[in-house]
Write a protein that binds this ligand. Structure first.
Ligand code: F6R
Length: 240
């Protein structure tokens, strides 16, 4: 696992973007795993700019997002589908039919996850998975717990995550309490992972990544067991 400290959020976003430029240059039909939240916004802007400038092409790209609130209508302005369309897909030349977000409207919580994992496998697996981290160390919505789930599944959000995400809603009570998330095994199957971490409130996660322990108390520490992970963080996250 490489930890690269960038001077600024902008530098971190561009460094992450460079991994996409390199991958799409080599493999124009790559399968990309995307994340939502505040941290990837600079990267998504960078990718849209590179696409506009003709440096990268998304025509043959397939994408799978990490998670979606549950239950959640994709047309809702706080859905992750809406977020992805607004912040990336509407701004690049991707075919939206090739963009996948877990189904927040699924009736059957038992099968929704397995179907998503099967769809990823059917496309040949994820070449490059983007991750952010929660301040509690979650990746996707794999929250700290005594055990973690391997496959994509419906999960409860912790109070800390609900608090953190309340900033996007009118009031905390409006934040969904569940989500469909890729599981730890789904994430770990990606051939390459880039994890972007910004801001002093994520410093504890950087510390947990620097020692040799893997613990379900901090799901991000599982990344230590993956052979191809780049952690990109800004100075604020690194220094705390
Ligand atoms: C979102 C996701 C989450 C976020 C994390 C950080 O799809 O999977 O794990 O990456 O909650 O969110 P921000 O970037 O808003 O701090």
């Amino acid at each position: 696992m490489k930890i690269i400290v960038c001077n600024s959020y902008e530098e971190m976003s561009a460094a992450a973007g460079k991994l996409y430029v390199d991958l799409l240059t080599e493999k124009p039909d790559a399968v990309l795993g995307f994340a939502t939240g505040s941290t990837p916004l600079g990267l998504y802007q960078f990718l849209a700019e590179q696409n506009k400038a003709g440096v990268i092409d998304f025509k043959d790209v397939t994408t799978f997002n990490l998670d979606e609130y549950y239950p959640m209508d994709p047309a809702h302005d706080q859905s992750y589908r809406y977020f992805m369309n607004k912040n990336l897909f509407d701004n690049i030349n991707i075919d939206k039919a090739n963009t996948f977000v877990p189904d927040g409207t699924a009736k059957d919580v038992e099968t929704v996850g397995a179907a998503y994992d099967a769809a990823i496998d059917a496309k040949g697996g994820i070449d490059l998975q983007l991750l952010g981290v929660g301040r509690n160390g979650h990746i996707g919505f794999n929250e700290p717990d005594t055990a973690l789930v391997a496959g994509t599944h419906v999960t409860d959000l912790t109070d800390d995550t609900i608090d953190a995400n309340a900033r996007f809603f009118e009031k905390k009570e409006d934040v969904p309490t569940k989500a469909v998330t890729m599981g730890m095994g789904t994430i770990m199957k990606a051939r390459q992972i880039v994890c972007i971490i910004s801001g002093a409130n994520k410093h504890a996660v950087i510390e947990a990544l620097q020692n040799d322990l893997v613990t379900t108390d901090c799901p991000a520490t599982f990344l230590k067991m993956h052979p191809n992970v780049t952690i990109l963080c800004d100075k604020e996250a690194y220094e705390g």
